[in-house]
Ligand binder design. Structure first.
Ligand SMILES: [Cu+2]
Length: 666
């Protein structure tokens, strides 16, 4: 069984445990009162069922502990003791008496009911407690179970608490609950001004013997100083992007209201050559929306990262901001607004950013008809998958998005590179049929000698990019999206009908290509991010939030690292959602998934999908000083708590997030 299956089964068994113990307890009370042998038998049956379910939950927890302590700690430390202890008493004392049809007294029904309360405590723990186990939550749940058990026992023993005691106890509990809930709501509200220079705590554990134990450097550097100097050099390439609302007419004629750069969705593709100094002027003509530009996957200096409230103030309507950075790393990237990113990206404020290598041979050919060696020119295209309104769309280069099949003509024999980006909040399953192909690059980084793929499908994380390469055959090639034959890209050259969508198995990208020796360690620091879904207070509102280490934005602890350090990050997904994790400003080298070392060489990613029950180990080289957002790129999850950051020692920001700041980095 996979960890995800164990977690799902555990959720079902958890409810059964509580239900059987509570049902058995009620039946035992009734059997004691009515002296009915039939009710006693029902109670005995429910207790046996409860014992079986409890034993099953213990076994599931042991299985989960085998996958990692993160998956089992809350159950072993809290949920199971609450039910197992009274459950064992019930098995030894209550059950034999029920079977002998002697069901009277607190000694019979009491332990069963208390096990039921413990089962409910387990449900409460599953809804509110994550990893690490919060002592406060554990104390409150244990207190509630104990608080319900004591009066129950007294009532069953024929000594119900007096009215005075009941009233006093009830009032005290109510007052405590109101004060505690009010305090929790108040303290969870975002402050008016939240400055991320004050790194609250450190989630990075220094490895003994490595750095992190020395003296702190005294120097403080602002993110605004971590920028290309504007005076140093004239930019080789200048662009202007204007954010404004527009009606987008899709290829079918359907019109969609959108938020756009330059009236287009995706915005204009920014395509530059490696080594060029790039300048992009952002102008905001949105009537009442602030915007920024974040360079997704591209290692810009921190001051150009475009995160509102962290590296700049959001650009208000009528305002502008100029980004400048050198395009050193060839590859496929994208840009998008990073103030209230979820609605901004959904509505269309994004576009592709491509850096072509200085040596065109690096992408298999050159722009133009023939390169110097006479080889056919590369046919190189961006393909953006995005849902506009309710329509799934495919946008090729700067063409109008197709809400169906986009089309491209390529002469047979031409090498083709498709740079595919998924810009929705959900992963996409790609299929390429009609030609053998290679997954040449992941998140803008080329793989080492990627193998040939036939009819294989690929799962692309939300926010991720895959570059697919092939040589155009004489018959059509179909890039299908999510297995559909009516959504994707049809590449035609010669004659023939479109092939059916690829149906082959989905490629495991952690075991593809040639393993290249990768330096992995020694590590200077260890960071663990445990992802979960739990009830939490987000800006004063109780909700089923997306948590990291049991907390939500902005209370998730900030790992603080030093320039030059090598950091191992373990990402654990305890929940049932897939989380495409996206650290800004860095790629990570994927080391292992679920304990199995990666054999794809080398697999560098900036957006990696951590599925339910999965454990990823990745390495991050701290080579780009700044304060870097890290978040789930399901931007809905990010806005529901799963937003945090990674900070370098000594780096500060003059910008604030928070209620009064006008900045919404998440
Ligand atoms: Cu997520």
């Amino acid at each position: 069984m996979t960890t995800a299956q164990l977690l799902a089964l555990d959720t079902i068994v958890l409810a059964l445990v509580a239900g059987c113990w509570l049902g058995g307890g009620v039946a035992a009370v009734l059997a004691g009162r009515d002296r009915s042998p039939r009710t006693a038998r029902i109670a005995a049956g429910l207790v046996v069922a409860a014992l079986v379910c409890t034993a099953l939950r213990v076994a599931l927890t042991v299985g989960l502990a085998g996958a990692g302590w993160w998956f089992a700690a809350d159950k072993l430390l809290l949920a199971l003791p609450l039910v197992v202890v009274p459950g064992l008493v019930a098995a030894v004392i209550s059950l034999p008496r029920l079977v002998r049809l002697a069901p009277g007294g607190a000694a019979v029904a009491g332990p069963i009911l208390i096990a039921g309360y413990g089962g409910l405590g387990g449900v409460a723990a599953a809804l509110t407690v994550s990893y690490p186990v919060s002592p406060v939550a554990a104390g409150v749940i244990t207190g509630l179970v104990a608080g319900a058990s004591v009066p129950t026992w007294r009532m069953l023993s024929g000594h119900p608490p007096s009215r005075r005691w009941s009233a006093a106890g009830g009032t005290a509990v109510l007052c405590f609950a109101v004060v505690w809930a009010g305090g929790a709501v108040w303290s969870s509200r975002l402050p008016d001004r939240l400055n991320l220079s004050a790194h609250h705590g450190s989630g990075a554990v220094a490895v003994p013997g490595h750095s992190g134990t020395g003296a702190l450097p005294g120097r403080q550097v602002s993110v605004t100083d971590l920028r290309e100097s504007a005076a140093a050099e004239r930019p080789a390439r200048s662009f202007t992007l204007t954010a404004r609302p527009a009606d987008i007419t899709l290829a079918s004629g359907r019109v969609v209201r959108a938020w756009t750069f330059d009236g287009r969705v995706p915005g204009p593709t920014i395509r530059v050559r490696q080594g060029e100094l790039v300048e992009v002027r952002l102008r905001n003509q949105m009537p009442d929306l602030a915007v920024t530009l974040h360079w997704h996957g591209y290692h810009v200096p921190a001051g150009d990262d475009g995160v509102a409230g962290v590296t700049q103030d959001a650009v208000r309507p009528g305002g502008e901001f100029v980004y400048r950075f050198r395009a050193t790393d060839p590859g496929s990237y994208w840009y998008h607004s990073h103030d209230m990113a979820n609605p901004a990206v959904r509505m269309g404020l994004f576009g592709m950013f491509v850096v072509d290598p200085v040596d065109p041979a690096d992408t298999g050919g050159a722009a133009g008809d023939k390169d110097a060696t006479g080889r056919a020119a590369l046919s190189d295209h961006t393909v953006v998958l995005h849902t506009l309104g309710v329509a799934g769309t495919v946008a090729v280069d700067d063409q109008v998005p197709a809400d169906g099949l986009a089309r491209l003509r390529v002469a047979p024999g031409t090498p083709v590179r498709l740079r595919v980006a998924a810009t929705d909040n959900v992963p996409r399953t790609l299929g390429l049929s009609g030609v053998p192909y290679r997954l040449t690059a992941v998140d803008g980084r080329d793989l080492t000698r990627p193998g040939r793929l036939d009819d294989r499908r690929l799962r692309l994380a939300a926010g991720g990019r895959y570059d697919l390469t092939f040589t155009m055959p004489s018959r059509p090639v179909l890039l299908s999206v999510d297995g559909r034959d009516d959504l994707g890209l049809l590449v035609t050259g010669g004659e023939g009908a479109a092939p059916p969508p690829a149906r082959g198995p989905v490629l495991d990208i952690t075991s593809y290509g040639q393993a290249a020796p990768s330096s992995t360690g020694p590590f200077d620091r260890e960071i663990t991010w445990v992802l979960d879904r739990r009830f939490a207070l987000l800006d004063g509102v109780p909700m089923l939030a997306h948590t990291v280490n049991g907390r939500v934005w902005p209370d998730i602890e900030t790992p603080v690292v030093r320039e030059g350090e090598l950091i191992r990050i373990t990402v654990v997904n305890r929940g049932r959602d897939t989380h495409p994790m996206h650290p800004h400003g860095h790629h990570v080298l994927v080391l292992s998934r679920d304990g199995r070392p990666v054999t794809t060489g080398p697999l560098w990613m900036d957006t990696f999908d951590v599925g339910p029950g999965e454990v990823w180990e990745v390495a991050l080289r701290a080579d780009n000083p700044g304060i870097w957002m890290s978040h789930c790129h399901d931007l809905g999850h990010a806005s529901l708590g799963m937003t945090f950051h990674l900070a370098y020692e000594g780096i500060t920001t003059p910008f604030d997030a928070g209620r009064a700041s006008g900045n919404h980095p998440e």
